[in-house]
Design a protein around this ligand. Sequence first.
Ligand code: 13P
Length: 249
Amino acid sequence: MKLLMAANWKMYKNQESARATLVELATRIAPLPQDREVAVFAPFTLLPACAAAVQGSPIRLGGQNCYPESEGAFTGEISPGMLQDAGCTLVLTGHSERRAILGESDEFVGQKTAFALQLGLDVVLCIGETLAQREAGKLEEVLARQLAAGLADVPASVPPQRISIAYEPVWAIGTGKVAGPVEIVAAHTAVRHMLHNNFKENASQVRIVYGGSVKPDNAKEIIALDNVNGVLVGGASLQAESFSRIALA
Ligand code: 13P
């Protein structure tokens, strides 16, 4: 299984800075070690420019969200097919910012996940607890609920390699508070066990990546942990210099 070293650009950048960042990133990460993949989740309007910039490089392009229909009267939404048309092979579902700010339910995240997979996009399904949930002892309950609903409609025929789970504790996102090694291993190991419900003996082939204040100086330690198969990076992914150091960590 290859590590997934992924950048989530959230609502940052314009076409010129996206292009420049990707061209520099492609140079900095070459040659990419065989044991990893690099992906960038860019804002919708930047995807065509990004697709042109990553041509001939190993960088995979992803959308940050999609709607679970092929087309129709869904103002403001975007379909998996539109993402593919713009050069994407991946999509994020269930990011905590969409759950918290846009009010996405566990079930809606599940619909998107299943539909995107069915249409041929690989999916990174994000799950994670708030600080209040953690302090109330509800870590495993929250992760189990988000994971079960997120994968509920995924057909058994989908190869497990096409799905990654991003464990992103909400309290570690954009705060500079990275989860400690003990906390990361405990959560990832719990998720690995939960994956047996859906994938049985293939559960070990689903990547579980960590997200939350990953930086060049902590990435190496994080990807060395048990059951950590990569990282999903926000702030430190915006510059090619820092994200390339993470991608090559
Ligand atoms: P930060 O790396 O900025 O904490 O963001 C993490 C994240 O939300 C990635 O999806």
